[in-house]
Write a protein that binds this ligand. Structure first.
Ligand SMILES: [Zn+2]
Length: 380
């Protein structure tokens, strides 16, 4: 999820939001001001309802941020860097800079989010009772009560046992602890996530068909759960198949390399006849990786244009090419490669040091033996 706005850093974690967070805030404000609050606290002006609705929308975004921050703080304490937190339409996402070191750490990181939502929910509930006792306006009491209940719902929903929900992460930590194998535990939690995705989507449909708009939301969430779970399951299977093999072990020397300044004609003339590759690396004038070109797209350039078209104009730019460093795991690269024919291996200064083709990875997956399951004791 792309960050459209950056708010700054908290605990060294970059906090930002995607524009779609606005959709969430507006939907919450709309639903509260037109349906929920008029029912809970009747007899107020439209302005009052909309003001309360907008404040609650913003506070919901704040609640999501606190939920994600709770994950992050526990992760940072466990020695795991957290790159960023992005809030968006369907909630928040924390990008961790690695894997928890143990099942226990994974459990704590996962449980921190729902616990904070539950805490917020209880605090808001107590706050609403106190405000009511002090004789605060009904609109404020109802809004506070609603905020509390939504946070409790958020905690409970997130605890559903399937990846990528927190409940799935907790399930994975438990499976990891019991089997000693984080990747097989991930496959189990991802499988549960795929089932959960189907169930949530189906519930959403049922709700939508019964005339409730919120059903659409649930359908989106269900589809997201299913999709993410499927890709996480693929990644975990890849890790099981490829184990600890590093990119340096499988990368090939970059053979034929295209230069940004070459014309398509010049490059095509230099390819070894009879030994064409599906794609070639491209470097810039300083020898740094600049992207890739696919042979079929070069051949597709009309003959009359080939002498005047530069490789720089037709290459796939570096930001769209799967990249790896020699010490990276092949399994992680394989997940990033998807449909790409070629991945580039660079040093930290972007100097091209090797290439990995999809064909090589596919061969490796077919031929590689399964990694033996290591028994890791649960840390005391
Ligand atoms: Zn969470």
């Amino acid at each position: 999820m792309k960050q459209t706005i950056r708010f700054g850093r908290v605990f060294g974690v970059e906090i930002g939001a995607n524009w779609s967070l606005l959709v969430l805030i507006l939907l919450v404000a709309h639903g509260l001001s037109t349906v929920v609050l008029p029912a809970l606290a009747p007899g107020q002006s439209t302005t009052a309802y909309w003001t309360a609705g907008a404040v609650c929308g913003l506070l919901i975004a704040g609640s999501l941020l606190l939920h994600e921050l709770a994950h992050s703080v526990v992760a940072v304490r466990a020695g795991l860097p957290v790159e960023r937190i992005t809030l968006w339409m369907l909630g928040g996402a924390s990008v961790l800079g690695g894997e928890p070191a143990s099942a226990r750490a994974a459990f704590r990181i996962a449980a921190a989010g729902p616990l904070s939502s539950l805490g917020l929910g209880l605090a808001a509930g107590c706050g609403a009772l106190a405000l009511s006792a002090l004789g605060a306006p009904e609109l404020i009491v109802s809004s506070t009560w609603w905020l509390g209940s939504i946070n409790v719902v958020l905690a409970v929903f997130n605890l559903l046992p399937g990846n990528p929900l927190d409940g799935g992460r907790i399930l994975r930590a438990i499976l990891w602890w019991r089997t000693g194998d984080p990747d097989r535990a991930e496959i189990g939690a991802a499988r549960a996530g795929r089932v959960l995705g189907v169930v949530v989507t189906a519930l959403g449909f049922a709700q939508w068909l019964s005339g409730q708009f919120a059903g659409l939301w649930l359908i989106l969430v269900g589809l997201l759960i299913g999709t993410v779970a499927a890709s996480e399951s693929r990644a975990a299977r890849m890790r099981v198949a490829l184990g600890q093999i590093r990119v340096a072990d499988v990368m090939a020397e970059p053979g034929v390399v295209a230069h940004d300044a070459m014309t398509v004609d010049q490059f095509l003339a230099g390819i070894v006849p009879g030994l064409p590759e599906a794609a070639y690396p491209v470097v810039d004038l300083d020898g740094r990786a600049a992207g890739t070109v696919e042979l079929h797209s070069l051949v597709g350039i009309r003959r009359s244009l080939a002498p005047s078209t530069r490789i720089a104009e037709v290459r796939t730019p570096l930001e769209d090419v799967p990249l790896a460093q020699p010490t990276d795991l092949v399994a992680d690269l394989a997940v990033r490669m998807r449909q790409d024919a070629l991945a580039l291996v660079t040093e930290s200064d972007h100097r091209l040091v090797g290439v990995v083709s999809r064909r090589d990875v596919a061969r490796l997956v077919q031929g590689a033996p399964l990694r033996p399951t290591g028994q890791e004791p649960y840390p005391a």
